[in-house]
Ligand binder design. Structure first.
Ligand code: S3P
Length: 243
């Protein structure tokens, strides 16, 4: 556009300069006016050309900004294996612009061996001790998203601590959905003692009682990770008081 205007200025200057010399020259007039007409036509065309589309608003970013400003404690995800605590939690934390921690990962890092190996070598009771200690430290930290191991919230001491200091969200899904999301059950020692679907169904019945205590309940059946993350943001938005 700037270039075109500069060119138009040059042409106009030429026309004004040449005019006195061609006053009596009828034949030269159309020749001089021709470039000017072309430029005006081009300008008119550019004016009518479609403007670039305005940027689409990002609903997730707007929602996340409002939530992050109101969040004064960690958000802790509880629920059975495969409920999306890690996948959804990591994505929600990124969207909220806050940190993400996975208690199982921290335990593995501290122990230097896998969860399955901790269960095998030290037993579940030792694992639960490590879990409670890890979550005890995380619960008192600044706002961040924390994914817990499936059994953490079923330990009374751990649940009390989390209910008091954090905002807990139960990610629910049917046993069949959970199994399809878990895929490889090798890393889940509690699913090694029988048919995984039967084990998950049993755990679902036993643990619902504990998970029910969470501040927010979210059904993630049939939702993709992104959809579950959006549902989580909407639930947080509704739950947190407006400032
Ligand atoms: C467990 C779930 C696992 C892990 C351990 C015990 C449970 O974590 O903590 O295998 O008791 O349900 P995920 O829920 O992340 O799979």
């Amino acid at each position: 556009m700037t270039i075109l205007c500069r060119q138009l200025g040059k042409v106009t200057r030429h026309v004004i300069f040449l005019r006195p010399f061609c006053e009596n020259c009828q034949a030269a007039r159309p020749l001089l006016l021709f470039p000017l007409t072309i430029c005006i036509a081009m300008l008119a065309l550019m004016k009518d050309s479609p403007k670039p589309a305005p940027r689409k608003p990002n609903p997730a970013a707007e929602l996340a900004g409002s939530i992050a400003a109101r969040l004064d404690r960690p958000v802790v995800l509880v629920g059975l294996m495969g409920s999306g605590k890690s996948a959804v939690g990591r994505r929600a934390a990124k969207q909220l612009g806050i940190g993400f921690k996975d208690s199982d990962q921290l335990i593995v890092k501290a122990a230097g061996i896998s969860i399955a190996e901790i269960f095998e070598l030290a037993g579940e009771v030792k694992f639960r001790e490590m879990e409670q200690k890890t979550l005890g430290n995380l619960a008192l930290a600044s706002p961040q998203v924390i994914a817990t191991g499936g059994g953490a919230f079923c330990q009374d001491a751990t649940a009390d601590l989390l209910l008091q200091h954090t905002l807990t969200i139960w990610l629910k899904a049917s046993p069949a959905t959970l199994l399809s999301r878990i895929g490889n059950t090798k890393t889940r020692p509690l699913l090694h003692n029988g048919d995984p679907l039967t084990m998950l169904t049993r755990l679902d019945k036993q643990r619902a009682l504990f998970y029910k205590k969470a501040h927010i309940h979210l059904d993630t059946d049939g939702l993709s990770t992104y959809e579950a993350m959006m549902a989580l943001l909407h639930a947080l938005d509704t739950h947190l008081p407006r400032q």
